[in-house]
Structure formats: C-alpha cells, structure tokens
Design a protein around this ligand. Structure first.
Ligand code: TRP
Length: 462
C-alpha cells in the first residue's frame, strides 16, 4: 500500500480535549437536552440519562478513542484494520449513514440559531412576551426561504473551516471558542437564578417521579446520551485518530463527559427557570429553547446584550459540533475514496443542503413539507429518531463488541496506557469488564424493552 501524505493531527492534549469537547457540546445540550427532558417529565428521565452516560457512554467513548488512535484511520478504514472479517464494516456503514441523517436536521436547527443572532440585533425581541416569542419561532421556521437560506449559510461556514484542515481549522476554532462559551453560559445562569421560577425548575430537574418514566423514555434517554457524547457515528474514532501518542484517553473521556453534562444541566436550569416563571409548559417540543431564552433576558439591564451573547454562544457550539460530524465524512472520502479534502467537503455540503432542506421545511405547522409523514413521523422527526435512537446506539454497540470481543486485551492495555507510561492498569480492568458485560447487556435490554419484547416475555413468564 502506498503511504501518501503525512496525516494531520491535533498538536497537544489540550487541543485534543477542546476539539472533543467542542464536538460533544452543541445543540444537543442547548436545544435538544432541555426539550427532551421537558417532554419526558424531568428528574426520573435525567437519572436514567446519567446512568446511560456512565455505563454506556463512557465505555463506548473510550473504545472509539482506542479504535481511532490505534489505527490512525477514518471510521471505515479503522474497523477494517482491526478485523479482517467483512461483517464489522457495518460499523463504518452505520457511521456514515448516521452522519448524513444527523446533519440533515442539525444544519436546519443550527440555521434557526444563527438567524436568532440577527433577529436580536434587529430588535425583534425588544419587549418580548410569551406570545410574541412563539410567533417569532413560527416566523423563523415556517419558510420557505428564510430557514433555508440560514441552513445554507451554516453549511457554508462549516465547509470553509473544514477545508482549512484539522490544525488550522478545527483545532484553532475550538481552542479559542470553547472557553468563551463556558463563561457565557455561566452569565446566563446567574440571571436565571434571579427569576421567580427557579425553585420549581430545580424540583422538576432533580426530584425524581418514577411514575413519569416509560420504556420509550428510557430509549430516548439512551439515544440522548449517544447524541450528546457524539458516539456511534465515528466522530470519536476520527478525532481519536488525530490524538497524539501522549494523550491520556481515559482522562480525556472523563473530562469531556463531565463537562458536557455540566453544560447541559446549566442550560437546563436556565430554560426551566424561564418555563416556570412565565407559565409555560415543559413539554413544548423542539421550539422550547427559542421560546424561553428570549424571555429570560427581557426587562433586565443589559438584557439584549446577554440574549445576543447567548445565541452567539449557541451558534458557536452548533458550529464546532457540526464540524465534528462532517469530519467523519471528510476523513472517509479522502482516505477510503482518495478524494481531495476540498472536493469531499464541497460535494457533501451540496448533498446535505439538498436533502436537509426537506427536513427543515417539515417542522412548522403549515410548512411546505409538513404534511409528509413516514411511519407516522414528519421528515425532521424521522431523521432525528432513526439516527439518535437506532443508528447511533447500534453503531456504538458494534464498536463496543469489536473492542470487547475481537481485539486482544493486551493490545487494549498497551494502547490505553500509552505503552505502559500511564499507570492505568486498574482502570483498564474496570473499563474492560464494563465494556464486555455491562454495556452490551444494558443496550440490548433497552432496545428490546422499547420494542415491547421484554414486556411480553415478562408477561409470559409470570
Ligand atoms: N454531540 C453534539 C451535540 O450534542 C452533536 C454531535 C456531534 C454528534 N458529533 C456527533 C451526535 C456524532 C452524534 C454523533 O450537539
């Protein structure tokens, strides 16, 4: 095989951490987390989510890092290198497919977020009320032209950063922007803590009521955990392949999972404080973020500046996360198909925009494609549901099984300890045990129960 150009990578452990965090923190925290928690009753759902992060998310994240750094390849190339059996390529196929599916709707939501930055500057949210913010959300998403234009702008911005490359594009952007983002979220929370609905929001988020929990809720919690930590698609394989040989992968995984969860909770507190202060309902759906945050900042000094800062922050988070999905495709097409980086970016950008438009114009009531339903779901919901709740968990399960049952344990030990330089023997043992026995069993039980299979079996036995 020819060894062509030297492969790019991140220049330090810190750069790797910020890039990975930039991938994890995104619309998942700011837009999806609050509304899915709101739709599913709050604290009990949150608890299941946290359990999924620890027993499914973390072990799979470490496995994806392992697969990437060991092979230094894109997701397809990597799994093919680890096993000569053709069947494992399914992990690569699921990865590529889910990358497209997620980007089809993610680009649309990112477009709404970008457009809010400009709406705020224009003064659309001066004197906002609960009714006026709802109207604004409908105006933003109805289309047919405005949301599409913003969606294309997002795709173009991400494409430009990607063409610049791993070090000059991804690394530079995430290292400067992630710290700013964390500071802005904190400011947002300080304001939210002064709202009258704070107490109720804490009760909603932290006082578990298990009667609210359904088996579908449990599947959604698992799907959210995959989505949040960017797992099952090959993002963490691809980023892992850019890590230096000195990076501590356990440390990076733990730091990313903890920071990501904290960011989600901080946003959740702000959103639900607004929900309960302005007599809204938590189960408002995908518009929740857009209908609450503008209210948090009305009637206070510097409100407009803070609101502006919040949506700038959300745009940043959406952009860095989007980059990490798109990079899965770019790495695949350049390494497996021999395309140039520029060509891979441009061709895929066109595909994402062309199909993504259908998803974006299916959200609002009265939108052009709103009437189209497949399996009872609109186009937007379908892309979201299939990717988060089916493809990502399956891709993650595949990677977990590959690392847990095919790769020799000695190899894993060697790679995760950086050839014995890190003293992580105990942690490797715990990780390996959970990966082999706990993670797949949890995953399979959640799948079966969401399909109703488990309930039938229990009925039969009792
Ligand atoms: N984790 C990101 C978010 O929460 C989205 C994301 C980026 C993602 N890369 C991914 C989700 C890979 C699934 C798989 O916004």
């Amino acid at each position: 095989m020819k060894k062509s150009k030297r492969r790019e990578g991140f220049s330090s452990g810190l750069a790797a951490f910020f890039a990975t965090l930039g991938s994890a923190v995104g619309l998942g925290n700011i837009w999806k987390f609050p509304y899915v928690v709101g739709d599913n009753g709050g604290a009990a759902f949150l608890l299941v989510y946290l359990i999924c992060i620890v027993f499914i998310g973390l072990p799979i994240m470490i496995s994806e890092f392992y697969v990437g750094r060991k092979t230094r390849k894109n997701v397809m190339g990597a799994v093919q290198e680890l096993s000569s059996k053709k069947g494992w390529s399914i992990i690569g196929i699921i990865g590529i497919l889910s990358a497209y599916f997620v980007m089809f709707f993610y680009s649309g939501v990112a477009g709404w977020v970008y457009s809010y930055v400009f709406k705020i500057l224009k003064g659309d949210f001066n004197r906002a009320t609960a009714e006026s913010v709802q109207q604004q959300f409908t105006n933003t998403t109805l289309g047919p032209t405005v949301p599409v234009i913003w969606q294309i702008i997002v795709i173009a911005v991400v494409s430009i950063i990607l063409i610049a490359g791993v070090k000059n594009g991804i690394e530079r952007i995430t290292k400067t922007l992630m710290p700013i983002l964390l500071i802005l979220i904190l400011i947002c929370d300080i304001r939210a803590l002064m709202l009258p609905g704070v107490k109720e929001s804490f009760t909603f988020l932290f006082k578990a009521d298990f009667t609210q929990l359904t088996s579908k809720g449990i599947l959604l919690a698992m799907g959210l955990a995959f989505f949040k930590l960017s797992l099952g698609m090959g993002t963490m394989v691809t980023y892992g392949s850019y890590f230096t040989k000195k990076d501590n992968m356990f440390g990076t995984a733990a730091k990313v999972a903890i920071s990501d969860t904290i960011v989600s909770l901080l946003v959740g507190i702000a959103v639900f404080s607004a929900v309960f202060s302005f007599n809204m309902v938590p189960s408002t759906g995908p518009g929740l973020l857009f209908m609450t945050i503008p209210l948090v900042f009305t009637k206070i000094p510097f409100g407009k500046v803070l609101l502006f800062a919040f949506f700038v922050l959300a745009s940043i988070a959406a952009t860095t996360a989007f980059i990490s999905m798109f990079e899965v495709l770019v790495a695949y097409y350049t390494e497996q198909k021999g395309m140039s980086r520029k060509k891979a970016v441009i061709l895929n950008a066109i595909v994402i925009a062309a199909i993504g438009v259908f998803s974006t114009l299916s959200v609002s009531e009265g939108a052009v494609f709103e009437q189209i339903k497949i399996f009872g779901m609109g186009i937007f919901d379908l892309f979201d549901y299939i990717s988060s709740n089916i493809l990502l968990p399956l891709g993650g399960l595949g990677t977990g099984l590959l690392v847990g049952y095919v790769v020799p344990k000695e190899d894993i030990k060697k790679e995760l300890s950086n050839n014995g330089k890190l003293k992580v023997e105990k942690i490797v043992d715990i990780y390996y045990f959970i990966l082999k026995y706990v993670t797949p069993i949890f995953l399979i039980i959640i799948f079966l129960s969401s399909l109703g299979v488990l309930q039938k079996v229990i009925k039969l036995i009792s």
